[in-house]
Ligand binder design. Structure first.
Ligand code: NDP
Length: 329
């Protein structure tokens, strides 16, 4: 038997999540069985623990879009018992059973060897949110971002993606302007390396102006909505915004074509879920190198399986600070 957070749903009732003991043979068929050590809580986990958000295909369901642990058994030559591995994305925890259990059985293609220099706990402090932040920074660099050209804006800064993006960008020598709707997180954000805190309200108004003053040398945006509409108009000539999330809405409100055609601004879409293996490995190596571990430690909120129903509700309300690390044992 293994301990797991199981979400059950009866008919039209709301899904209910609770910690249960389940038989090992209930795990789905796949090549690699992993003894999970840590998981985490992302926005999508909040949906899969609670309302489902159209992501969960069938119940009972075990959520957890990320996990890190040790291979226990493998029929795939790439992995052997004892190997440390990390998994993010591939719709694990949504369409497939995920990491909120002491054991997980998954396809070998979905795993990445744990990068040297990272523990399984640190890998889950990074998780999908941190991997996505790194992919966003790499995309900005591929499009010309380098230190010394002005402040880089991070929106939703006190959240998971924003916290990791702030710490990485600061470590790489960028001046980071962190946008938050929670003024009480200012000290936390400056501790991660932000040199300036910007109030979320500054971007709340949807304007019809085609362009505003050029302020930002780059942006990692986890929010979209009215915020992204305003940010695009404030980008410096030839710079890029990495669009990561939709915490503030699925549309880009008040956006006009002007920043793209008069200032050569780029909008770069970032997806972590189906990211090819080679680029995942490259991103994890960059994380191990460029994310200061003391700052990662400052982001961690520890939790256990039984904390997850509440944490799922909290993250959907934008009330989780930094990164939750769930010890599933
Ligand atoms: P978090 O909830 O940890 O962070 C989101 C942050 O956005 C909040 O902490 C808050 O920051 C801010 N925010 C929340 N609601 C609003 C609002 N209405 N208006 C403006 N700002 C708001 O989530 P994650 O960091 O894990 O994920 C952020 C987004 O990125 C989500 O939409 C998620 O689905 C997406 N995502 C996408 C991935 C991809 O592959 N593209 C992978 C991972 C996440 P503050 O309090 O500082 O203002």
């Amino acid at each position: 038997m293994v301990k797991a957070l199981v979400v059950r749903k009866e008919g039209e009732e709301k899904p209910v999540a609770a910690v249960e003991d389940i038989a090992l043979d209930m795990l789905p068929e796949a090549e690699v069985t992993v003894a999970v050590e840590y998981s985490t809580v992302n926005y999508k986990d909040g949906l899969c623990i609670g309302p489902g958000g159209g992501l969960v295909r069938s119940y009972p369901h075990i959520p957890g879009i990320d996990f890190a642990g040790t291979v226990e058994a493998s029929t795939d030559a790439r992995y052997r018992p004892g190997d440390k591995v990390v998994l993010t994305g591939w719709r694990v925890g949504e369409a497939h059973w995920g990491g909120y259990a002491q054991k997980a059985r998954v396809r070998a293609d979905w795993l990445v060897p744990l990068p040297a220099g990272l523990s399984t706990r640190q890998a889950m402090a990074v998780g999908t949110a941190g991997l996505t932040a790194m992919l966003a920074v790499m995309a900005l660099e591929d499009h010309g971002l380098s230190p010394g050209h002005g402040p880089v804006l991070v929106t939703g800064a006190a959240g998971g993606v924003g916290s990791v993006a702030t710490a990485i960008l600061a470590r790489l020598g960028h001046e980071v302007a962190a946008v938050t709707g929670r003024p009480e997180t200012a000290e936390y954000l400056t501790g991660l390396g932000a040199s300036r805190i910007v109030a979320r309200e500054e971007f709340a108004e949807v304007t019809r102006k085609p362009l505003e003053s050029e302020l930002w040398a780059g942006c990692v945006d986890a929010v979209a909505g009215a915020m992204l509409g305003r940010v695009l108009k404030q980008m410096k000539y030839g710079t890029s915004v990495a669009a990561v999330g939709l915490a503030g809405g699925a549309a880009i409100e008040g956006a006009l074509i002007t920043p793209f055609i008069l200032r050569g601004v780029n909008l770069l879409g970032i997806d972590s879920v189906m990211q090819p293996y080679a680029s995942r490995v490259r991103a994890w190596e960059r994380i191990a190198r460029d994310l200061p571990m003391d700052r990662l430690e400052a982001m961690i909120q520890p939790a256990t399986l039984s904390d997850l129903p509440q944490l799922g509700r909290d993250i959907l309300k934008g009330q989780v600070r930094g990164r939750v690390v769930v010890d599933v044992n």
